[in-house]
Ligand binder design. Structure first.
Ligand code: ATP
Length: 455
C-alpha cells in the first residue's frame, strides 16, 4: 500500500480517482487546490502526488517544488506536447492525458511508485556507502587514509593540479578517480594514461595529437588525449617516465592552457585538470636531470601521499573483507570468509605490492578454494625475495591443539613475525600489528619459548 495524494478541483473526477486507487490497495488523500494540499498535509509524507494541471489559484506543477523527492504525476485535459514538456521540465515524473483509461492510469501509477521506491532505496544505499567509505571504492579509516580522504575532499572542487605519490598498488589511480568524481568536472571525461606503457616515440603524439603529415605514418590529423580530456580530468600515471619533449609540451600546457599538436604551430585552448602520479622519487629525478624542475613545481601544486599497506595496520582486516567480497562477486562465487589463521597471515605479511597484491592474493584464494573458508595455504603469500612463504619450518614450534587442526601455520606466522620485528618494534606495536592484546602476546611468547629481547 502506498500513500497517494490526489489534487483535483472537479469533485466527480476526484471521487472516481479515489475509488480507483483505493480499490488498487492504496491509501488516498484528496485536495482541491495546491494551497489546500500544502496547508492540510505534510506533502513529503506521500509516495506519489497525482495533480491536475489547471487548478484554481496555482497550477498543479507548483506542488513539485513543495514536495522535493516525492514523484508528481500531472494530469491535463489540455494534453498538448507543450504543456506536457513544460510539466516535465518543472520536475514532474510524467503526465497523464484526460480523459484517462483506468487500466492505463493504474499501470502508470504503479510504475512511478516502483521507480520512486527504487530511487529512495538507492539514495539510502548511497548515503550508507558514503558514510562507510567517504571516497567511493576506497576502504580505510587509519589516520593515514583519513588524511588522504580529507585532502581529496578539500582539493577536489578546485582546479589545482595534483601530484599523487605512493608505492605501486597503493591506490593512486583511485585517488585520481575520486578527485575527478568530486570535482565540478565530474560530468566531463576522465582520461587515464600510463606514461610508462606507451612507447617513447609515440607518447608525444598520443598525448598532444598531430597534424596530417607531421611524421611518416601520420596519414590523418589526430587529436591527442589532452584534447580528449577537454572539460574533464587527465590522469597521467607514471609521470616520472615522460620523455623530455613531452615534458616540455606538458609544461607549456600547464602554463598557457594551450596545446600544440605535433607538426602544428597553431595553439588550441584546452580546459583540462591534470592529476599526475608516480611511485618514483621525483626530486631525485630532478637532481639527476631526467625530470624538469619547473614541471615538477607546476605538478606539485598539491601533493597527496597514498600510504603503503604495511603502514595501515588497522585497515587490513576491513580491506581484506571488502576485497574478498569483491573477488567472490567478480568470480560469481558464494560469499567466503577468512579463517583466523589466514587473517593473521595477512596481518604479518609485509605487502610489497600493497593493496593490489592483497587483491590478487584474495582473488587467487577464491579461485582455489573448495569451500567457503579461506585458509593460509590458499593465499600462497610470497616473501619479498620471490619465495612462496613456506607453510612449515625446519624447526617447528610447539603447536597448540587448535592450531594443529588448522594446519599449524598460525604459530609459525606468529613466531616469524615476532622474530622479524621485535628488534625495531615495541611490545605494544607488535601486539597491535598482530591484532592481540599485550597480555596475549606475553602469554604466547612464554608458550612458544620466545622471550622478550628488548627492555
Ligand atoms: N583503499 C583502497 N580500498 C579498496 N581498494 C583499493 C584501495 N587502494 C587500492 N585499491 C585497489 O588496489 C588496486 C590497485 O590500485 P591502483 O591501481 O589505484 O594503485 P596505483 O597506486 O595506481 O598502482 P600503480 O602505481 O601500480 O599504477 C586496484 O584494484 C584498486 O581498486
Amino acid at each position: 500500500m502506498s500513500r497517494i495524494l490526489v489534487i483535483e478541483d472537479e469533485p466527480i473526477i476526484r471521487t472516481e480517482l479515489r475509488r480507483l486507487l483505493v480499490r488498487a490497495g492504496h491509501d488516498v488523500s484528496e485536495a482541491g487546490a495546491v494551497q489546500e494540499a500544502a496547508s492540510d498535509y505534510a506533502l513529503d509524507s506521500f509516495d506519489l502526488v497525482l495533480s491536475d494541471l489547471r487548478l484554481p489559484g496555482a497550477p498543479g506543477t507548483d506542488v513539485i517544488a513543495l514536495c522535493p523527492g516525492v514523484p508528481v504525476l500531472i494530469m491535463t485535459s489540455y494534453a498538448t506536447v507543450k504543456s506536457a514538456v513544460d510539466a516535465m521540465k518543472l520536475g514532474a515524473v510524467d503526465y497523464i492525458a484526460k480523459p484517462f483509461d483506468h487500466d492505463e492510469l493504474l499501470l502508470q501509477v504503479e510504475r512511478v511508485l516502483r521507480e520512486g521506491k527504487l530511487t529512495r532505496q538507492n539514495a539510502a544505499l548511497k548515503r550508507e556507502v558514503e558514510q562507510a567509505y567517504p571516497v567511493s571504492g576506497m576502504v580505510g579509516s587509519s589516520p593515514a587514509m583519513r588524511d588522504v580522504f580529507e585532502r581529496i575532499r578539500k582539493v577536489a572542487p578546485s582546479p589545482a593540479t595534483v601530484l599523487v605519490l605512493g608505492e605501486s598498488g597503493t591506490g593512486k589511480e583511485l585517488v585520481a578517480r575520486a578527485l575527478h568524481a568530486q570535482s565540478p568536472r565530474a560530468d566531463g571525461p576522465l582520461v587515464s594514461v600510463n606514461c610508462a606503457a606507451i612507447p617513447e616515440g609515440l607518447l608525444e603524439s598520443e598525448l598532444f595529437g598531430h597534424e596530417k603529415g607531421a611524421f611518416t605514418g601520420a596519414l590523418t590529423a589526430h587529436a591527442g588525449l589532452v584534447e580528449a580530456s577537454h572539460g574533464g580530468t587527465l590522469f597521467l600515471d607514471e609521470v616520472g617516465e615522460l620523455p623530455a619533449a613531452a615534458q616540455a609540451r606538458l609544461l607549456r600546457m600547464l602554463q598557457d592552457g594551450e596545446v600544440r599538436r605535433v607538426g602544428s604551430t597553431r595553439p588550441r585552448k584546452v580546459d583540462v585538470r591534470i592529476v599526475a602520479a608516480t611511485h618514483r622519487d621525483l626530486p631525485r629525478r630532478v637532481q639527476e636531470g631526467v625530470f624538469r624542475q619547473d614541471l615538477y613545481f607546476r605538478l606539485r601544486v598539491v601533493e597527496i601521499r597514498t600510504p603503503p599497506l604495511r603502514e595501515r595496520g588497522e585497515d587490513l582486516p576491513v580491506l581484506a573483507k571488502y576485497l574478498l567480497e569483491k573477488a567472490c562477486r567478480k568470480l560469481g562465487r558464494a560469499p567466503a570468509t577468512l579463517s583466523p589463521e589466514a587473517l593473521l597471515a595477512l596481518t604479518v605479511h609485509p605487502w610489497p605490492g600493497n593493496v593490489r597484491e592483497l587483491e590478487n592474493a584474495l582473488e587467487r584464494a577464491v579461485i582455489l578454494a573448495d569451500g567457503p573458508v579461506i585458509t593460509p595455504d590458499l593465499l600462497a603469500l610470497e616473501l619479498p625475495g620471490g619465495e612462496p612463504r613456506p607453510l612449515t619450518t625446519d624447526a617447528p614450534a610447539p603447536v597448540e591443539p587448535e592450531a594443529e587442526e588448522a594446519g599449524g601455520s598460525m604459530e609459525e606466522y606468529f613466531r616469524r613475525f615476532v622474530l622479524e620485528h621485535q628488534e625495531h618494534m615495541g611490545e605494544t606495536e607488535l601486539a597491535k600489528r598482530l591484532g592481540i592484546s599485550r597480555k596475549a602476546l606475553w602469554e604466547k611468547r612464554q608458550k612458544l619459548g620466545l622471550p622478550r629481547t628488548r627492555a
